[in-house]
Each structure stands twice: as structure tokens, then as C-alpha cells.
Design a protein around this ligand. Structure first.
Ligand code: GAL
Length: 713
């Protein structure tokens, strides 16, 4: 892997040989990050493909971390089966992570096998983002750097220790539940089982607290993603079989009805072959693709293309990739050996010349997970026993496929100094810097909410997409969650009309619109306008992700690690530093919300709440279930219908409680020039009933005009 000169210097400065015992070596690749290496490490690991440099300065600015155990106490055993890693765990620890887990939040006491898959059967660990990384509220994180299927026992196994005198066994107590109870305190270790490995690298990220651990992890991975600013607007994916004329009509619908939309996503039919993919415009549906892209651009729309990486015999890159692909096909298409740079380059160069140079703003990288039991059809994808020319096997390729696919596509945009916002259905470790939102064919709203929290422990971005609904209530609540997430996406890939005009799939496709379609449309317009108002605040939260590693969406336990009430709180989350979201699903009309220490304001009513307590809230369907922390200056913009290169957001600053300062990150929004300092910090200052704005930085333009200050309390 290529490392920069600066990084090499940093290595020399920060490196220090800590421990050398019989089979382990611990070094510090960056401040607060330690790597333990044992045996012969696999060639194809998540870290071996990490192209980004650690943000060394930001890493050293973090508080010094201290581990609650000595890294010497991590036991690593190589045996005939593979490698076993045992990491100390005390009775009170709470554990989070293992990537984009869908069915659980606090992992203490569970057995988890993070394996890439589109169908998360029984919460066993199948996930779109199978990161072998967990964090503890004791203030550290452990990443097993492997792409082999790994099982974690999170305090759920008991060893047969010969020296034990006191037998600990369960006599059943008073109930069946008692009899089978697992208190997650069994072994005093988290045990990771990595069959097939002959050695292992273990990264340990120090705290002192949960949030700092995640900051360290994200900064070590190159800093969090900063999507193009237009990506924070609304994305609408059209029906799979729409042609150029129909997409034009849909675009006109948005603008004529003043419904915000920044990105239109085309689904399979734009290509001559989709399963597998040709990556060639289907001219009978899109006769003039380049004119189409330009005319959309003139109306303020970015175009995003659906595809997957299985290459059809009809594709111009089929021949060049034929000797650089796996020995099994998917949908009769080649599986490119993305572990080989020359294969990735063929894929990337073709995409650059054919699409990116012509103005395509991003891709939806589909089907890069795997399937055991597919939704509604047979199982698909390449088998784990596949072989690839680079030497990687099918199991490891599966775990890494989404990661390598992102690297290949994102690399094009990075090289051209153009930012993007992508969609992807699989990812893995050290992917924090990829501006790609994960999504799923699953559709349980509760799980979509939980994944917003889990994304913060995974260095990933999650997009809880909206499709059809059974009830208006369900539709509005899903829409609220989408507005309060990293990407607001309506995925109408099987819907003729926007779902707010008809929530029922069959009726929608027959063109039977709801009687109250215009009313629901008005509610959705209001909701999406709020999203547009929030862009400057969100953009600043993403800048904090990039420069400081702070996840923009995160569980409350990350901000309030001492508060036991947050340990298992999996349906409320922080957006940036000041907004707490407590979404409702269709099942309920009211919900309990826990507000941590301090004072909080209901955004809708401005009612003040004292923290450290539970409240029951009952917001209307068109009210957003959010609370603002006292001491906040909340900058909200006058909504625009899309974010153009010359958009200047007109901002009102709302002052809550004893607030004195907030910041906005300001740059051109579309290039990486911020990396060389071309950005401003816009300081919003409130002092003695008077607001002031101080810009500091090297960016010449200005994207924000502060129009008004309004005191809420
Ligand atoms: C699915 C994907 C959907 C849609 C569909 C098109 O795999 O998750 O969002 O794009 O493919 O065939």
C-alpha cells in the first residue's frame, strides 16, 4: 500500500514498539491506535485496501486515550482451525457495532457473525455492512482486520477452566426464562473465531469515551465522508422502465409543483442489459443521453445511474475483463476481480469516459452484497468457493466486494476533483471516507431507525428509503425518518407515480391517485422543505465527520456515555450536536422519549423539558419529532428547490436557551479544494441579545447570508 511521506514521518514520530512476546507485536500506527500482529496475516484484508491517509493532525489533537486493559492481555491463539482472539471484557461493559446490524443495537451477551448479505436472517449477523469491529463504553474499539467470516461471542461463552473450584450453574430459578437466561457476563472475554486464518492483525482504538473511539476510527480511515452539498437535498429514483420522456415529465412535475429535488436516479432500464449489466445506454429508451443529462442539469437535477458490477457478455468491458474475473458467473456476467488494480482500472476508466465525463453525478452500486434466500426469487451471487486470479477467494471477495466497488467508483470522482453522493448495498471497514449511502430491500421502519444509530458505530452512512406504504400514517412517518437521516430518498423503482399521490403500489401503477393526493403532496412538500432548510446545519455536521471524525448521526450513548438510560436506547438519535430525533412508526400514536441531562425544546411547540427524564410525546403527522438542546443556535435556511453552484442560503438563526456560538462550514460544496484549505468557518455569535457573524478562512465566496436572529427562549 502506498503511504505518503507525511504519514511515514508520523509513523516514525508516533511509532513505538510496545510489546514483543512469543507471538505478538504491538505497534502504534497513529496516536491512540495500536496494531497487534500475529502469525502470517492474510493478503486481502479491509485495511490492505484502504487508500486514504490517516488524518494525523486531527488524530493527535484528540484527547490521549487510555485502554482499560493492557494490550498484552489480548490473547491470540493460532490452532488447526484458524485464529482465536480473546479480548478482556468486564461485567459492566456495553458493546456496540459489528457494522450495519439490523436487528440489534447493544451487542453485549450476543453471538454475532457479521456476514455480508441482503437478508438479515434472525439477527445472526447478516448485514449490508459486515464490519468486524466493536466498541465498548469503557472507551475503546477493537477491529479484527479480516475478510474471513468471523464469529464474535460477546460475553456469551463460558470456558472450562480447570482451576475453578466454585461451580456456576443455573438451577432454573422460578421460571423457564430464568433457566435459559444469559446475562452476557459469562467469560470475561469477547472471543472472535476466524476459521481458515493463519495469522491476524488486531487494531485497538483508544477512547477515552465512545465518541472519541469513533472519531479515532474515522480519522484513521481518512476522515468521514463529506458528500457534495447537493447530495443533502432530496433524491428520487424513478420507475425501472421509465424512458427519457417519462423522466423529463417527472422532472417537470417536481419543478411545476415546487417539490424540492436535487437528484433523479435511473433504475435498470436505462441500459441495454441489466442482469447482468452492459453499461451501455439503451437508445430506444434514452435516444439522446448526453443531451438528456445536460437538459436535466439546466433544470437543477443531477443524474444518478443504477448498476451492479456483474458484467454482461454484451458489455464493451466483457472482453478486457475476461481474464480478470472470478471462475463463477452471476446472472451470466463476469465478477470482476476488484482485488486486482488492473481489473478495477478497466472498470473505472470505462465508467469515467462513458458516464462521469458526460456529467453523470453518481451511481447506485447495487447487488454487491450476497444472498442466501433472496426476496421473492431464487438465491444469487457467486459462491464462497469461487477463485479469482488475484488469489482472493469467494468468501473474502464477498466481504470486500462492496468496499472495492466503492473504491473503484469513488476513485474516479476523487481523481477529477468532483464530489459525489453514491448509493451502495454493501460496505466494510475503513470506508468512513466514502460518500456512499447504504440501503436495503428490507422495509421494517423500526429496523431502518435502528440502522441510523448503528451506522454511527460503523463509519457508514445509512439511507432509510421510502417506497410504498399501507397507510398514510406509515408513509408520513417513514418520510419523516428519511428527512431526518443522512440521505432523503424516495425509491420509486416500481412505482409509476410519486408515492405521496398514491401510497398503494397496485393503484399507483394503475394511475388511480388518492382522493386527498394534493393534501398529502402539500404535507410532503412541507417536510421536504424542512430538509432543505436543514442543509447548512447538516453540511456542518458532515464537515465535523470529515475533519474531526464525529459521526453526524449517532446513538445517544455516544454523547451521554455515563447515562445508563442511553445504553439500550435504540430508537432515538442525535443529528449533529444539537438535534435529538425520536421518530415514531405507524404502530403508535404516541411514544416515550428519553431526554438526557440539560434542557431541551420541542421543535414544534417550543415547550421546554428538563433532561434526565422520560416524556410521552404525541406529535401530529406533519410535525417532525425533534428536540433542540438548550444552548443551541440553530441556523435554518429558506428552502430552495435544489442546490445550485451559486445557491446562497438565506439563514435565520434560532437562539435556544443560553446560546452563544455555532459554526457553519462553508466551501464550494462540490470539489475537494477544502483539503488544501479552501473553506471558511462561519462563526455565528450571540452576545447580549445581539447576533454577529465572523467568517474565518480562505474560501473566497460565501454560501450563507445571515438574514435574521430569532430568540426562542
Ligand atoms: C434491487 C435494489 C432496488 C432496485 C432493484 C432494481 O436490488 O435494491 O432498490 O434498484 O434492484 O432491479
Amino acid at each position: 500500500m502506498k503511504r505518503s511521506f507525511a504519514y511515514t514521518i508520523a509513523l516514525i514520530v508516533f511509532s513505538q514498539l510496545l510489546i514483543l512476546n512469543a507471538h505478538s507485536q504491538t505497534i502504534l500506527p497513529a496516536a491512540g491506535v495500536q496494531k497487534i500482529t500475529v502469525g502470517t496475516v492474510d493478503k486481502f484484508t479491509p485495511y490492505s485496501f484502504c487508500a486514504e491517509q490517516p488524518m494525523v493532525n486531527a488524530l493527535s489533537a484528540l484527547p490521549a486515550g487510555k485502554l482499560p486493559f493492557n494490550t498484552d492481555d489480548i490473547r491470540i491463539t493460532i490452532n488447526n482451525r484458524g485464529v482465536v482472539v480473546e479480548i478482556p471484557l468486564d461485567d459492566t461493559e456495553q458493546l456496540y457495532g459489528f457494522g450495519m446490524q439490523i436487528g440489534s443495537f447493544n451487542q453485549r451477551g450476543l453471538k454475532k457473525r457479521p456476514i455480508v448479505n441482503d437478508n438479515p436472517l434472525n439477527d445472526l449477523g447478516y448485514t449490508h455492512g459486515p464490519t468486524t469491529f466493536y466498541v465498548s463504553n469503557k472507551g475503546y474499539g477493537v477491529l479484527i482486520n479480516t475478510s474471513r467470516y468471523t464469529t464474535f461471542y460477546c460475553g456469551s461463552t463460558e470456558k472450562n477452566a480447570k482451576s475453578k473450584t466454585e461451580a456456576k450453574s443455573n438451577n432454573g430459578g422460578s421460571s423457564v426464562e430464568e433457566l435459559y437466561k444469559n446475562d452476557g457476563k459469562a467469560s470475561g472475554y469477547v472471543t472472535a473465531d476466524i476459521p481458515g486464518a493463519k495469522g491476524i492483525e488486531v487494531f485497538v482504538f483508544a477512547g477515552p469515551d465512545l465518541k472519541t473511539v469513533m472519531q479515532r476510527y474515522n480519522l484513521f480511515s481518512g476522515g468521514g465522508a463529506l458528500p457534495a452539498i447537493w447530495g443533502l437535498g432530496v433524491k428520487y429514483r424513478v420507475k425501472a422502465d421509465f424512458n427519457q420522456y417519462q423522466v423529463d415529465k417527472m422532472a417537470a412535475y417536481f419543478r411545476d409543483n415546487h417539490i424540492p429535488c436535487d437528484v433523479l436516479g435511473l433504475e435498470p432500464r436505462w441500459q441495454t442489459a441489466a442482469y447482468s449489466c452492459s453499461y451501455v445506454w439503451n437508445k430506444s429508451f434514452f435516444p439522446t443521453p448526453n443531451e438528456f443529462i445536460d437538459s436535466m442539469k439546466n433544470k437543477g437535477f443531477h443524474i444518478n445511474l443504477w448498476e451492479h458490477a456483474f458484467v454482461s457478455p454484451k458489455s464493451p468491458i466483457y472482453q478486457p475483463l475476461q481474464n480478470k474475473a472470478g471462475n463463477y458467473l452471476v446472472w451470466n456476467g463476469l465478477v470482476p476481480d476488484f482485488a486486482d488494480t488492473s481489473a478495477a482500472n478497466i472498470f473505472a476508466n470505462y465508467h469515467q469516459q462513458t458516464f462521469v465525463n458526460e456529467g453523470i453525478s453518481g451511481f447506485k452500486m447495487d447487488e454487491c452484497d450476497n444472498s442466501n434466500i433472496a426476496f421473492g426469487s431464487d438465491t444469487w451471487s457467486f459462491p464462497e468457493l469461487s477463485q479469482f486470479p488475484s488469489g482472493i477467494d469467494g468468501e473474502q471477495m464477498h466481504q470486500l466486494f462492496g468496499l472495492l466497488y466503492q473504491k473503484t467508483i469513488y476513485g474516479i470522482y476523487k481523481k477529477l476533483n468532483r464530489r459525489t453522493y453514491l448509493d451502495v448495498r454493501a460496505s466494510n471497514a475503513f470506508a468512513s471516507s466514502y460518500p456512499a449511502a447504504l440501503y436495503s430491500d428490507t422495509y421494517l421502519h423500526e429496523e431502518y431507525i435502528r440502522m441510523i444509530l448503528n451506522s454511527g458505530f460503523a463509519g457508514m452512512i445509512w439511507s432509510p428509503e421510502v417506497r410504498e406504504s399501507n397507510t398514510i400514517k406509515d408513509f408520513m412517518r417513514r418520510s419523516q425518518t428519511a428527512v431526518l437521516s443522512a440521505q432523503t430518498l424516495y425509491n420509486s423503482w416500481y412505482l409509476q407515480n410519486p408515492p405521496w399521490l398514491q401510497i398503494n403500489k397496485e393503484k399507483n401503477n394503475k394511475g388511480e391517485l388518492m382522493e386527498n393526493a394534493k393534501e398529502i403532496e402539500a404535507d410532503i412538500r412541507k417536510l421536504l422543505n424542512f430538509r432543505m432548510s436543514l442543509i447548512p446545519y447538516l453540511y456542518n455536521a458532515f464537515a465535523d465527520y470529515h475533519f474531526k471524525g464525529i459521526p453526524p448521526f449517532r446513538a445517544l450513548v455516544m454523547d451521554y456515555p455515563q447515562d445508563k438510560n442511553t445504553f439500550n436506547l435504540s430508537d432515538e438519535y442525535m443529528i449533529g450536536n444539537s438535534i435529538l430525533a425520536a421518530p415514531l412508526t405507524e404502530k403508535v400514536d404516541e411514544r416515550k422519549v428519553y431526554l438526557p441531562e440539560g434542557l431541551w425544546y420541542d421543535y414544534n411547540t417550543n415547550q421546554k423539558y428538563e433532561g434526565g427524564k422520560y416524556y410521552t410525546i404525541k406529535p401530529d403527522l406533519n410535525q417532525l419529532p425533534i428536540f433542540i438542546k438548550a444552548g443551541t443556535i440553530l441556523p435554518l435556511a429558506k428552502p430552495v428547490e435544489f442546490v445550485a453552484s451559486d445557491t446562497r442560503f438565506e439563514i435565520t438563526c434560532y437562539v435556544y436557551g443560553n446560546a452563544n456560538r455555532a459554526t457553519l462550514f462553508e466551501d464550494d460544496g462540490v470539489t475537494f479544494n477544502y483539503d488544501s484549505g479552501a473553506f471558511n468557518t462561519v462563526n455565528l455569535l450571540w452576545n447580549k441579545n445581539k447576533g454577529d457573524v465572523k467568517r474565518v478562512g480562505k474560501f473566497k465566496g460565501s454560501r450563507y447570508v445571515i438574514k435574521k436572529w430569532q430568540v426562542v427562549d
